[in-house]
Design a protein around this ligand. Structure first.
Ligand SMILES: *Cc1c(COP(=O)(O)O)cnc(C)c1O
Length: 818
């Protein structure tokens, strides 16, 4: 008997069909006959939202009335992915939806496809925020996600004839968006600029301008918890939208100027910040959403109170700073407490430091955000004063802890000199209770290197929480076939809220019949993906080849270049007859990646991948042996389709550079084997699934550091390895650029002279491991056995477990009482 615990709504298919009809009629004003799939999508979404309403309201009431501290997850990005299927799952309405929509005469896939993915994030950091709010709701912990509703999310990527990345604005709000509720009645004022004056012994900020922060509320339904939390994304509006006088003088552009200036704040994610105006806009965005969120939390937890007792604030809510983007919240809460509510410095500091915690997401010192003090002074003059005061207090405090003058100097929150800079990571460590890295190795390196001075003096603040992913979206929704097989194998679907239960699959890895079923699931997923890729991109993929994926942001440290060089070497081997037909294990290599618009090397790498794909796919000599595809516009939707169909995933960053990775977790949970370095969470994945079930290669962190210290010369590797040499020479001689030798010259020059991330040094060991990979793939039963062992041992990488670690180590709160 299989035990099914998934939520099931008491309503019938017929009732749900009636609700959709009603929404079509009364909200959208169309008949079923007139309706398009997009109309049905909106109607069904509105109907699901109604089903969640009671739980949403009750969760908020219980949160405000009870004694359970809430979590406020402050993040510049929430990469949510599509909402409908997830909401249906959690409302227990999936079957009713599928059938009702068919009854109404629509194909449910068409209706689901009509949803536009909100792309309010860049990559892993934004997807982590989305997984975390899903897990918070599923664990029944009261929480807010706080961020920005960007009008345009991350750009929409396409490729031109030359294979270059083209960026187009992603105007996702051009479509009806049934999930976000714009709540004009709960807006907040956010001030900017002006000056600070002494008045009656107090510092008083006289701002120059203000904008209106209007919340757009998204429900975040928990899975099987009966709880629905809130994602509150702020959108910027002007108070004086429009200047009628100016308009009537026919100066139309200036008449809407205030509106344009205000709305620019929530216009796009990560405006280009190479100009002073761009920098300014980014700081405006950060302050905008954080200030609005802090005031919102006070409104929510002290309803109707003019003089709330804010010494209890840290018992009401704990704010998690997802990287440095929201760190301006620390001086903002200080300002609110001192200037708006009259607390003294020490009380305000005590409240503030007990309210905030900080998650660091990087190891690269240059990636730690700093703001010119001048810019902060211009936009937020009062905050700059407070930051200097925090800096003074902090330097005094550490002077009591160490006599090491150089150390004290290194730890300044605000640097000295002509153009002082505010180090946001340092401010976050000083102004909060806990600091965490996102994987064991990363947290260790933070303590040993990146934030060593701080960990020496404030060791008790430092902890680790290894990232995770939500099994609802990344197994259940993405991979229904595997989900059914897991449920069959375990005899229960409880694994969806307790992922460590996957361990129960381990004995089944010795059951050949079960392993064969597992292999059939993978094959069926590959067929599905091949069909999807044909429909969406026009690609012809052969599901009987190995599917080998590398999908992640394009960055030099992630080393897409290592993959492409090895691929070219393989292409040359086949073409030169260095490999007999029998030696060649047919592969389909799939890339997905966006490059930051201003990142020249990354964009050139994209162009190279596209051109290698063009040459390889059109070469009759390698037909059936090697194919390369680069589906454009990598996003959550593509991840959900491709990950379940992948045999081998690439996690090949230079050791010591990837903080955690979460793509690696999604793949392991969907039965792909990983080829990877000892970096980020790869280390923990390998420990859990077993070294024999993971393809390890490359230098370790220590070896990388040693080589840097010794002096790294990439050219020697090029000279020493004929296959590597040939691959690079083929790029230089124009094989992938129609004979033009200049196109990729900057890439080649970088590899041969700098190669900061040591791609060339790891080439040997990366290509050597390929024969192990291919030998195993030739014995499918053994391959799939290992893949199944990966699934069975990856339950730890559920974001539910991450949240439980945060609750225990950092937030010290838990689920609402029933
Ligand atoms: C999981 C995910 C990421 C993170 O991938 P990494 O390989 O960990 O960098 C980025 N983008 C999307 C759309 C994702 O789903």
């Amino acid at each position: 008997m299989t035990e099914i615990t998934a939520p099931k709504s008491p309503i019938t298919t017929a009732e749900f069909a009636d609700e959709i009809r009603e929404q079509l009629k009364y909200t959208q004003g169309v008949t079923v006959e007139q309706a398009t799939p997009a109309d049905v999508y909106v109607a069904a979404s509105t109907a699901v939202r109604r089903h969640l309403m009671d739980s949403w309201m009750k969760t908020q009431q219980d949160m405000v009335n009870g004694n359970t501290k809430a979590v406020g997850y402050l993040s510049a990005e929430f990469l949510m992915g599509k909402q409908l299927r997830n909401a249906l799952l959690n409302a227990g309405l999936t079957e009713q939806f599928d059938e009702a929509v068919e009854q109404l005469g629509f194909d449910y896939q068409d209706v689901v496809d009509a949803e536009y993915e909100p792309a309010l994030g860049n990559g892993g950091l934004g997807r982590l925020a989305a997984c975390f709010i899903d897990s918070l709701a599923s664990l029944g912990v009261p929480a807010f996600g706080y961020g920005i509703q960007y009008q345009y999310g991350i750009f929409k990527q396409s490729f031109n004839e030359q294979g270059q990345q083209i960026e187009n604005p992603e105007y996702w709000l051009a479509n009806e968006e049934p999930w976000g509720h714009v709540d004009y009645n709960r807006s907040q004022r956010v001030d900017f600029g002006g000056y600070v004056a002494d008045e009656d012994g107090k510092r008083v900020w006289h701002p120059a301008t203000c904008v209106r922060a209007v919340p757009v509320d998204y429900m975040v339904p928990g899975y099987a918890s009966g709880r629905v939390n809130t994602l509150r994304l702020w959108t910027a509006k002007s108070y004086d939208e429009f200047d009628l006088l100016t308009f009537n003088r026919s100066d139309y552009l200036n008449a809407v100027r205030p509106q344009v200036d205000a709305e620019n704040i929530s216009k796009i994610l990560y405006p280009e910040d190479s100009t002073p105006q761009g920098k300014r806009l980014r700081l405006q965005q950060q302050y905008f959403f954080v200030s609005a969120s802090i005031h919102d939390a006070i409104r929510v937890f002290y309803p109707g109170q003019d003089k709330p007792d804010l010494t209890t604030f840290p018992d009401k809510i704990t704010f998690q700073l997802n990287d440095t983007h929201p760190v301006i919240g620390i001086p903002e809460l200080m300002r609110v407490l001192i200037d708006e509510y009259g607390y003294d410095w020490d009380t305000a500091w005590d409240i503030t430091t007990r309210t905030f915690n900080y998650t660091c997401h990087t190891l690269l010192p240059e990636a730690l955000e700093v703001w010119p003090a001048n810019l902060i002074g211009e936009l937020l003059p009062r905050h700059l004063e407070i930051i200097y005061q925090i800096n003074d207090h902090f330097l005094n405090e550490i002077a009591g802890k160490t006599r090491d003058k150089a150390k004290i100097e290194r730890m300044r929150i605000v640097t000295e000199g002509d153009d002082p800079q505010v180090r946001m990571a340092y401010l976050a460590v000083a102004g909060g209770s806990h600091v965490n890295g996102v994987a064991e190795l990363h947290s260790q390196l933070l303590k040993d290197i990146t934030l060593k001075d701080f960990s020496d003096l404030y060791g008790e603040k430092f902890t680790n929480v290894t990232n995770g992913v939500t099994p609802r979206r990344f197994i259940k929704l993405a991979n229904p076939r595997l989900s059914d097989l897991i449920t069959e194998g375990l005899g229960t679907d409880k694994w969806l809220s307790d992922l460590e239960l996957l361990k129960g699959l381990e004995p089944l890895a010795q059951d050949d019949e079960f392993v064969k079923k597992f292999a059939e699931v993978k094959h069926a997923n590959k067929v599905s993906f091949a069909n999807y890729a044909k429909r969406q991109y026009g690609f012809d993929m052969n599901p009987d080849t190995m599917f080998n994926s590398m999908i992640k942001r394009l960055h030099e440290y992630k080393r897409q270049s290592l993959k492409i060089l090895a691929l070219i070497a393989r292409y040359a081997d086949i073409k030169n007859g260095n490999m007999s037909a029998d030696d060649v294990m047919p592969r389909t290599v799939i890339f997905g990646a966006k490059s930051a618009p201003g990142y020249y090397m990354a964009k050139l790498t994209i162009q190279l991948i596209n051109n290698v794909a063009r040459v390889v796919n059109n070469d009759p000599d390698v037909k059936g042996k090697l194919n390369v595809f680069f589906p454009w516009n990598y996003n959550v939707r593509l991840a959900q389709h491709l990950i379940p169909a992948t045999d081998l995933d690439e996690q090949i960053s230079q050791a010591g550079k990837e903080a955690s990775g979460t793509g690696n977790m999604k793949f392991a949970l969907n039965g792909a084997l990983t080829v990877g370095t000892l970096d980020g969470a790869n280390v923990e994945i390998r420990e859990r699934v077993g070294a024999e079930n993971f393809f390890l290669f490359g230098m370790t962190v220590d070896e990388v550091e040693e080589l840097y210290a010794k002096g790294y010369g990439p050219a020697a590797y090029y000279e020493a390895n004929p296959r590597l040499k040939q691959a690079i020479d083929m790029i230089s001689n124009g094989t992938f650029s129609n004979g033009d030798r200049n196109t990729f010259a900057p890439l080649v020059a970088d590899w041969l002279t700098k190669d900061y991330f040591m791609t060339l040094a790891d080439f040997d060991s990366y290509t050597a491991i390929q024969s192990d990979i291919e030998a195993l793939y030739r014995t499918p039963l053994e391959w799939h056995r290992k893949a199944l062992i990966n699934v069975a041992n990856s339950g730890y990488f559920s974001s539910d477990r991450s949240i439980e670690d945060y609750l225990e180590r950092i937030w010290h709160t838990g689920p609402l009482a029933d």
